[in-house]
Write a protein that binds this ligand. Structure first.
Ligand code: SAM
Ligand code: SF4
Length: 416
């Protein structure tokens, strides 16, 4: 989502005649697009910001801007901490960047802007065959650990007509795959719901693959599962964050489902869409998480067998309910639990990937491999990375590839 916000920032600036510099040394304006989902990202930003101070001292004309969720949350607090910053703007205020750059408005734009769902911002995309498209902004769920509703505001869906028009334009530009973005795409609602939107996009010629992130398990409906099963361009992959395998912790997280309800949806997905890959997010060491709760998460991972898991140590975010909860878990305990989860997931991933050996997979080629110029890399419909011999001419082509060898993070194959 942040990367796509950066594409919008670049889009607005490019339309006004600015261009991207090759390096920080050559630039007149440096923009930090920040994330505050976990403390680590925040710390990294402040150390990067500290490093640019020396450059600003040498070149006082260099403008420094802070965008994204930290800008939204801290507002003028950023100027107190880093007085050499020229202006800040939150994710709902990207359209105001030109006024800020040109000094036509004060150095801060971090109000919650509900009409932003209706704003068509120009986007400067890398021509890689795949494009991100925002379908909604913000989130109403207030999971007790999460900062997003405070930094990105309440949920707003973009009008379906604007989304369909943008995707038609992308198809004309040569994009083959779109990934629809929203914090909870399952609750998309304009003049149609998410299943309706998928149907509309599925009928756009030139677009061959449709992906979406993120799905909230509570809002994954039977109608949506049927739509994914029926629509040929919607890929066989879903990212469905479980967060914990303990019902007690899920309640404290305010997630709105039990492990059993979650598992029933997974069963329904697997029955309706054979071969679907399912990935998830897990938080370890949520306040009050006991060894028993952790073992329930381990059991859920073993029972469900996800294709991949993004696991994070709980990071207290100021202003959220969970940050103020008693019984915060010791950091060493979080680390041990995180390692157990990641090691277990690695074993499951390689086991599932091995099942694909000797199968034929439809691969959309993304381009040459970074490490070997005789090899191309692409993805299966189930979002697995496949590497095989080939040249740059294969970029953007959809090919049948035989899987020869499964690795932990990718598959090796050969063109049929
Ligand atoms: N909207 C999505 C959802 O409902 O799952 C994901 C949004 S969030 C950007 C991505 C992931 O970050 C979450 O699924 C969660 O696992 C993790 N996350 C969010 N807040 C966190 C926190 N305070 N500490 C650790 N992980 C966190
Ligand atoms: Fe955060 Fe996702 Fe929960 Fe919204 S649904 S509060 S974005 S974790």
């Amino acid at each position: 989502m942040n990367v796509h916000d950066s594409e919008k920032i670049s889009g607005v600036l490019t339309e006004e005649g600015y261009s991207q510099a090759e390096s920080i040394k050559d630039s007149d304006l440096v923009i930090f697009n920040t994330c505050s989902i976990r403390q680590k990202a925040e710390q990294k930003f402040f150390s990067d910001l500290g490093r640019i101070k020396a450059l600003k001292r040498k070149r006082p004309d260099l403008k420094i801007a802070v965008a994204g969720c930290i800008a939204q949350q801290m507002g003028k607090g950023i100027f107190r901490r880093a007085p050499y910053v020229d202006f800040v703007f939150g994710p709902q205020n990207i359209h105001r960047i030109i006024d800020l750059v040109q000094g036509k408005s004060s150095g801060i734009a971090n109000d919650d802007n509900p009409e932003v769902a209706d704003t068509d911002l120009p986007v400067l995309r890398k021509k890689e065959g795949r494009a991100w498209v925002s379908i909604m902004y913000g989130c109403n769920n207030f999971c007790s650990y999460c900062i997003v509703p405070y930094t990105r505001g309440m949920e707003r869906s973009r009008p379906s007509g604007k989304i369909l028009k943008e995707i038609k334009g992308l198809s004309e530009e040569g994009f083959r795959e779109v990934t629809l973005l929203g914090q909870n795409v399952n609750s998309y609602m304009s003049d149609m719901n998410f299943a309706g939107l998928l149907k509309g996009i599925n009928s756009i010629s030139g677009i061959e693959r449709i992906r979406f992130v993120t799905s909230h398990p509570r809002d994954l409906s039977g109608e949506l599962i049927s739509a994914i099963a029926m629509l040929d361009k919607v890929c066989d992959h879903i990212h469905l964050p479980l967060q914990s395998g303990s019902d007690r912790i899920l309640r404290l997280m305010n997630r709105g489902y039990t492990v059993l309800e979650y598992c029933r949806k997974v069963d329904s997905l697997r029955k309706s869409i054979p071969g679907i890959s399912i990935t998830t997010d897990i938080i370890t060491g949520f306040p009050g998480e006991k060894e028993d709760d952790h073992m329930m998460t381990i059991k859920a991972l073993k029972d469900i067998e996800f294709d991949g898991t993004f696991a994070f140590k709980f990071s207290p975010r100021q202003g959220t309910k969970a940050a103020a909860m008693d019984s915060q878990v010791d950091d060493n305990v979080k680390s041990v639990r995180l390692t157990e989860i990641l090691q277990l997931q690695d074993c499951i991933t390689i086991k599932l990937n091995k099942n694909l050996e000797n199968s034929i997979q439809e691969v959309l080629v993304e381009g040459l491999s970074d490490t070997d110029k005789d090899t191309v890399t692409g993805r299966t419909r189930s979002n697995k990375i496949v590497n095989f011999k080939g040249n740059g001419d294969l970029k953007d082509k959809v090919l049948n590839v035989k899987i020869l060898l499964a690795r932990k993070h990718s598959l090796d194959g050969e063109i049929l």
